[in-house]
Design a protein. Structure first.
Length: 377
C-alpha cells in the first residue's frame, strides 16, 4: 500500500539516518485536523490585512503558507463552516466554502483542493499541500439530510457529527447525560455513507461515538483526539471507543492539544505516549495525527497566553468549552510547534523505538488508506 501510494516519490524514507535521526525524506504527512494560518496575527490590530473577520481563514498570510509547505504537510483537513455562534449555519457555511475556493485559486502554486485520495498524492508530487474541506458540527444541515449531498457536491469530504455540546444528531463530549445518537443522527450517518463523506466522531460523547460506529456502513475516523486511559478528560476517547473504531477499519488522529495531560500542561513526550497507547489499543494500521493546530510558531508567548486566556473566558460564556481548557494553557504543545513539528515527531517516535513502518503509517499512510476507501482513488 505505502509503496504503491508513493510511487514516483522515491518510495519510503530510510528508517534512520546516520547519527540516529529519522530521515524524513519523502514521508507523506496527512494532518487530519489542523489549520492554515499565522496565529501571531491575532495579536495585531484588527485592520491587519487578512481574510474576512470571523472566517476560518482570517489569519492566513504568506508566512503561514510558507510554513505549511516547509512542514512537509501533504494534506490537511481544515475546519470550515459553522461550529457555534449566532450566524445562520447554512448560509455561513456556504460562504466559507466559497471563501476557501477563492483562497485555493489565489494560491494554486501552494494549495490543491482534495476531492479524492489521488489529489493528496498529486499535491505531494507537485510540492503543494492538499486542502481537505471538513466540518466540526452538523448544525448547517438543519433538519434536512439532503444537505449532505449538497455539501459533498461542493467538495466537503469530512463531517464531524457534534461539537462539545449537543445537537439534533447526538451528544457532544460535554453533555453530562452521555445520550447517544438520535434517530435523525442515524439518518445523517446513512446520508454521509451514501455521499462517500468520511464520518468524524471527534468531540462526540462516548455513547454517540459508539452508536455512530455501529450505524455506519463503512469505517469512520476520529480526526483529532487523545486517549482517555492516559488523561481522563471528556475530549479524549476511551479504549472501548478506540477498539470499536479499529475493528471497523477506522483511524484515530492524535492531537497536539492540552487535553493530553489531565493537569493540562502536556509536552511533546505526552504526544508520543498517546500515540503509543493508541497503537497498543487500535493496532498500527489505525492511528494517525490530527494536530488541531497549524505550522507557524508563536513569536510572543506571553502576549499569546493573554489572548488565549480571554478566548477561554469567551468559550465558557458561550457554553462550548471543554474540561481541560483553563487560563495559562495554550491550544498546542509549546515544545512541538512550527514547521519542523512533524520531523521532530518522527525523530521522537524513532527514539521511542517505533520502526519506520509504523512512523510512516502514523504520519500519513493510515489516513491515506482510509481516505482512499471512502473517497476513491
Amino acid at each position: 500500500m505505502a509503496g504503491a501510494a508513493l510511487s514516483g516519490l522515491g518510495g519510503l524514507s530510510p528508517s534512520l539516518a546516520a547519527g540516529g535521526n529519522y530521515d524524513f525524506g519523502d514521508t507523506l504527512v496527512i494532518n487530519n485536523l489542523g489549520g492554515i494560518g499565522n496565529p501571531n496575527l491575532r495579536l495585531q490590530p484588527s485592520d491587519t490585512p487578512a481574510g474576512p473577520v470571523g472566517s476560518s481563514y482570517e489569519h492566513l498570510d504568506e508566512r503561514a503558507l510558507a510554513d505549511l509547505v516547509a512542514s512537509g504537510t501533504s494534506a490537511i483537513n481544515v475546519t470550515l463552516g459553522h461550529v457555534a455562534g449566532p450566524a445562520e449555519p447554512f448560509e455561513y457555511t456556504v460562504a466559507e466554502i466559497a471563501g476557501w475556493n477563492r483562497i485555493i485559486e489565489q494560491h494554486a502554486d501552494k494549495l490543491l483542493k482534495v476531492l479524492r485520495a489521488e489529489d493528496i498524492i498529486e499535491a505531494r508530487r507537485s510540492g503543494r499541500t492538499g486542502v481537505i474541506f471538513g466540518f466540526q458540527n452538523t448544525t448547517m444541515l438543519g433538519a434536512d439530510t439532503s444537505r449532505v449531498a449538497i455539501f459533498s457536491g461542493l467538495g466537503v469530504r469530512i463531517i464531524q457529527l457534534t461539537y462539545n455540546d449537543g445537537n439534533h444528531v447526538g451528544a457532544g463530549s460535554m453533555v453530562p447525560e452521555n445520550s447517544g445518537l438520535t434517530d435523525f443522527g442515524r439518518e445523517v450517518v446513512a446520508a454521509l455513507n451514501d455521499a462517500r463523506v468520511l464520518v468524524d466522531l471527534s468531540h462526540s460523547g462516548e455513547q454517540t461515538c459508539l452508536d455512530a460506529i455501529a450505524a455506519s456502513r463503512g469505517p469512520i475516523c476520529i480526526s483529532h483526539t487523545g486517549c482517555r486511559a492516559l488523561s481522563d478528560l471528556p475530549r479524549n476517547k476511551t479504549d472501548t471507543e478506540l477498539r470499536a473504531l479499529a475493528e471497523r477499519g477506522g483511524v484515530a488522529g492524535i492531537y497536539f492539544m492540552p487535553f493530553l495531560k489531565a493537569d493540562s500542561f502536556p509536552d511533546a513526550q505526552d504526544v508520543i505516549r498517546h500515540i503509543g497507547h493508541a497503537i497498543n489499543i487500535c493496532g498500527e494500521d489505525h492511528v494517525g495525527i490530527g494536530t488541531d493546530g497549524g505550522t507557524t510558531a508563536i513569536d510572543d508567548m506571553p502576549a499569546y497566553h493573554a489572548a488565549i486566556d480571554a478566548e477561554i473566558v469567551a468559550r465558557r460564556a458561550a457554553g462550548i468549552s471543554a474540561r481541560g481548557e483553563k487560563p495559562g494553557v495554550v491550544p498546542f504543545i509549546p515544545d512541538l510547534q512550527g514547521p519542523g513539528q512533524f520531523r521532530q515527531l518522527a525523530d521522537m517516535m524513532a527514539a521511542a523505538g517505533q520502526p519506520t513502518r509504523i512512523i510512516e503509517k502514523v504520519l500519513g499512510q493510515n489516513f491515506l488508506r482510509l481516505q482512499r476507501e471512502i473517497w476513491g482513488a
